[in-house]
Ligand binder design. Structure first.
Ligand code: DGL
Length: 282
């Protein structure tokens, strides 16, 4: 396998990064990709900065050992707490995901924007910096989405618990006059249907999967790494998961099966879910 045809490694603490993977596959159908859902260690958003950094490094090293040509950190929380360390220690190009503060600031008409992120992202310096850069333009109402990721990881994208949490977190944003909500965890992109059901078109929902896919494309071109394989053939994705429970494994398969770029061929590799990661030392 030449470097061009080497896979792109994509990871998240679980299912959230699949929304990013979907956008990448739509844009770059002939790239090989490997996805790791680190569901056995989710939610990252409730862990310490050191845990997130060590776990991200263990996964990144695993990808490098498999010859990945690029790494996509499809997780806002891991990007915030680990991407600098990854860039300092690895030589492959690395793309991260950040809450869409700038696009939301440009899109809002009311001048009030809701920001739904994980607790770890909320306390990060990076988010504070991003917000400070755009605070003259609009006001941000920030909220940690405690409990949402656990529900999603167990396959509950709808239901009473999710509804209660979303109503509790988004109602104050609506009351403050927000016309846009930033889905600042890739997991929350999976809640768009539930938010629409509960709040209708009250908010523009801002997520960054398409922008990340564009950035990956640009970087592949810049580094001369675009796949040379037959562009007519969509490549399969290899999926790995550290999920501990049957519920989590079934949730992964359900979300993968519902992706826009899902097809019969690629579904064959969805059974390839393995406990492939070694535990980092804490
Ligand atoms: N999907 C991750 C993100 O984008 C966070 C989920 C978690 O807390 O594990 O921030």
């Amino acid at each position: 396998m030449t470097t061009h045809d080497a896979p792109i490694g994509v990871f998240d603490s679980g299912l959230g990064g699949l929304s990013v993977l979907d956008a990448m596959r739509a844009r770059l159908p002939n790239e090989s990709m490997i996805y790791i859902a680190d569901s056995g260690h989710a939610p990252y958003g409730e862990k310490t900065d050191a845990f997130i950094r060590q776990r991200s490094k263990a996964i990144a090293d695993w990808f490098v050992a498999r010859g990945a040509k690029m790494l996509v950190v499809a997780c806002n929380t891991a990007t915030t707490h680990a991407i600098r360390h990854l860039r300092d220690t690895l030589s492959i190009p690395i793309v991260g995901v950040e809450p869409g503060i700038k696009p939301a600031a440009l899109a809002t008409a009311s001048g009030v924007v809701g920001v739904l992120v994980t607790a770890a992202t909320l306390r990060s310096e990076r988010l504070k910096t991003l917000i400070a850069e755009h605070e003259t333009r609009c006001r941000f109402v920030c909220q940690a989405g405690h409990g949402l990721v656990e529900q999603i990881e167990n396959g509950h994208l709808n239901g009473a618990v999710i509804d209660d949490l979303l109503v509790r977190y988004l109602t104050p944003m609506a009351q403050a006059g927000a016309d846009a909500v930033i889905l600042g965890s890739t997991h929350f992109a999976l809640l768009v249907p539930a938010i629409r059901r509960l709040f209708g078109n009250r908010f523009m929902l801002i997520e960054t999967g398409t922008a990340v896919a564009r950035r990956v494309d640009t970087l592949l071109v810049e580094h001369g790494l675009i796949a040379r394989a037959n562009p007519e053939i969509r490549k399969d994705v290899e999926f790995f998961s550290s999920a501990q429970s049957v519920e989590q494994r079934e949730a992964l398969l359900a979300v993968v099966g519902g992706l826009a770029t899902s097809d019969a061929r690629s579904s064959v590799s969805y059974v390839e879910i393995a406990h492939a990661l070694t535990e980092p030392q804490y």
